[in-house]
Design a protein around this ligand. Structure first.
Ligand SMILES: [Fe+2]
Length: 374
């Protein structure tokens, strides 16, 4: 038995941002970053909503913090916000998802909701999500990643009501994305697609989305990184990111993501880099228990099998400088993080179960390869 549920309306195309449907409500909260504001990215929507009561929140931080969002929500509750519009990367959209849940629930804090399990009484505010990166897929998923620095864990705002009402994906918005962010977010999209394919909850629909995503991203990420103005490569990456987001909206991510959260916290590596470093090792690990899906994926992508695809991934990582990024971080004993890596709920989604011993071997192999270099 399998199901498919994706209630978000998706608008995709070059220039679609300029005349996208705006929230119908009168009091709108726009969630973004100061960088987007300074670059003028918000100007078209702010001009079109000039006659409305628009509240601007541009204090979004990378890897949004649970207590920080609670503080922001406390300041906004009296404003009577009726709808939320997020313009930015994954951190902006995830912050917006959390605020959309908190603002109609005056008695609810994110701390009570995520740390203590207190439920929201009222449904979230309608959310329009406009990604300006190609990787997060958050514009079409029913969850948001929230970082609890007090307890040193990653948490999730989760539930079918977390799906945005509308996603507006305009590849032209990614033309100014710097090379390092292009690489990090692009690798996040690649990780999402793999994590959905080797997921124990995969469905024919999620696998189709994930395969289509990889056929686009593996051909276009290096192009987009080499020449940010290559609109065709940007379009391919935007579509790849959207499709990967759709695939994990059904399956959620898996063990590469659960491994990545402590790596990001302890080493400071960007999420998209951290969750993609171990993909070659995981592909080899899962290939041992392949039920045909990894062989079919590899051949569909033009490789003879999973081993050749894993080598292709290693080459891509080297070309994009991921091993250098890894080596440039302060050395951390990753093996000490094994319990935290397996504590996240995503860890059990891998098609081949991963215990502590297996995880430590995957980490050791990854570390040795990345430190050895090409
Ligand atoms: Fe991710």
């Amino acid at each position: 038995m399998w199901s498919f549920h994706l209630p978000t309306e998706v608008l995709f195309g070059n220039g679609v941002y300029g005349d996208m449907p705006l929230p119908a409500e009168e009091k709108v909260l726009v969630v973004s970053t100061s960088g987007s504001m300074e670059r003028g990215t918000l100007t078209p929507v702010m001009e079109r909503m000039a006659d409305r009561s628009v509240e601007l929140f541009t204090d979004v931080r990378p890897n949004p913090d649970l207590d920080g969002i609670d503080a922001a929500a406390a300041d906004m509750r009296r404003l009577g916000i009726e709808a939320v519009l997020a313009v930015g990367g994954g951190s902006s959209i995830d912050t917006a998802k959390a605020l959309a849940r908190l603002l109609p629930n005056p008695d609810l804090s994110l701390s009570a909701n995520l740390r203590e399990g207190k439920a929201a009484k009222s449904p979230p505010l309608p959310l329009t999500a406009v990604p300006t990166t190609s990787g997060t897929g958050s514009e079409v998923t029913p969850f948001a990643t929230i970082w609890d620095r007090r307890d040193q864990v990653k948490r999730s705002v989760d539930g079918k009501d977390v799906f945005p009402l509308r996603a507006v994906v305009d590849p032209m918005l990614t033309l100014t994305l710097p090379r390092d962010q292009t690489i990090a977010t692009g690798m996040d999209a690649i990780s999402h697609a793999f994590e959905s394919i080797w997921n124990s909850d995969c469905t024919p629909v999620s696998t189709y989305f994930a395969f289509s995503s990889l056929s686009l991203s593996l051909d276009s990420l290096a192009r987009a990184a080499a020449d940010g103005s290559d609109l065709e490569a940007r379009e391919m990456m935007s579509e790849a990111s959207l499709l990967a987001g759709m695939s994990i909206s059904q399956t959620r991510t898996a063990v590469a993501h659960s491994m990545s959260y402590p790596i990001t916290m302890e080493m400071g590596l960007d999420h998209g880099v951290a969750c993609s470093l171990m993909l070659p090792e995981l592909l080899r690990y899962n290939a041992v228990a392949d039920d045909g899906r990894l062989q079919a994926l590899s051949m569909g992508l033009g490789y003879r099998g999973p081993e050749e695809l894993a080598e292709g991934l290693e080459d891509l990582q080297t070309d994009l400088g991921l091993d250098e990024m890894y080596r440039s971080c302060e050395e951390v004993d990753l093996l000490c993080l094994d319990k935290r890596m397996l504590a996240d709920s995503r860890a059990v989604n891998n098609m081949r179960p991963v215990g502590e011993e297996e995880l430590r071997r995957i980490l050791s192999d990854m570390d040795a390869r990345l430190r050895r270099g090409p």
